[in-house]
Write a protein that binds this ligand. Structure first.
Ligand SMILES: [Zn+2]
Length: 136
């Protein structure tokens, strides 16, 4: 399995930028677990048909915060610090590569290189995608 960070539709990037401008809080792009040998599914979203983005509300905290809301751990990137973040909301965006069809076989070479995938990846949650609750 290969952990990849999917690329986003343009309006999702705008929503993330807007969130940062108004709150100074980061947004976290959920990484997906991809089997590179299995090309039956979209290689951007790993067949989910959508991309999940978590918008942070507070953080970072050194200790796990007491809250009923979702939390995530982030290693920090020089702009947003290292620690736990409380998530205000999680949104899903239709995958821009397969348009939500998820089963479209696409060439990995046509996807953007990692340098273009500039949003945060909370590494500790890489494998928790299935448990993610989507709240608008
Ligand atoms: Zn896709």
């Amino acid at each position: 399995m290969t952990i990849i960070t999917p690329y986003l539709p343009k309006f999702a990037e705008l929503a993330i930028n807007e969130h940062y401008k108004s709150t100074k809080m980061p947004a976290f792009l959920k990484a997906v677990d991809l089997n590179p040998n299995y090309t039956g599914y979209c290689q951007n979203c790993a067949g989910l048909g959508m991309i999940f983005v978590q918008f942070a509300e507070k953080g970072p905290f050194h200790e796990i915060p007491m809250t009923r809301k979702a939390i995530t751990y982030f290693d920090g990137d020089g702009i947003s610090g290292k620690g736990w973040y409380i998530i205000e909301k999680t949104e899903n965006f239709t995958c821009p590569h397969c348009k939500g069809e998820s089963r479209v076989a696409v060439e990995p070479a046509k996807l953007p290189i990692d340098g273009d995938r500039k949003y945060h990846k909370p590494q500790s949650l890489d494998r928790e995608l299935g448990r993610l609750k989507v709240t608008a």
